[in-house]
Design a protein around this ligand. Structure first.
Ligand code: ZN
Length: 142
């Protein structure tokens, strides 16, 4: 499986994710959340920011079920669910992730019929490994 590339601006996101927290970078000047992380606020151009903890709740904004041909690291997991989740506290921010029945479950272990645009989801983290752990998503009402 390909691992996330951790850069300087995004490093706090991954540190919080390792603790099971979904946080977004927020401008300390105007309060606007932004993603992906970057040094300057696109709204007020402030360089001051903080990391705001979210509830981890959101809604499926869109999804796709990839099938081969895929990159070799992904082909063995297909078909699986890739969701685009709009965060409850920051509707302008949409995160890409996998929809699974529970944290750490194999990709594609959720029946495809469960996917629905607008479904409420919750971020979960499988912190068992040593590599950066992206959030996964579970349905609030399985
Ligand atoms: Zn700002």
């Amino acid at each position: 499986m390909l691992e996330p590339l951790v850069d300087t601006d995004g490093a706090p996101f991954w540190r919080y994710a390792a603790r099971g927290e979904l946080r977004v970078q927020t401008c300390a000047g105007c309060g606007e959340p932004r993603f992906p992380p970057r040094p300057c606020c696109p709204h007020c151009r402030s360089f001051a920011s903080e990391w705001t903890r979210t509830s981890g709740r959101g809604r499926i904004w869109s999804y796709v079920v990839p099938h081969p041909p895929l990159l070799p690291d992904y082909a063995e997991h297909a078909p699986y669910h890739v969701v685009l989740v709009e965060l409850a506290e920051a509707p302008g921010i949409r995160l890409v992730g996998n929809l699974v029945p529970e944290a750490g479950a194999p990709l594609g272990s959720l029946p495809p019929g469960r996917l629905r645009i607008g479904a409420r989801v919750q971020a979960v983290f499988d912190g068992g490994g040593s590599s950066p752990c992206p959030p996964q998503w579970v349905l609030e009402r399985p």
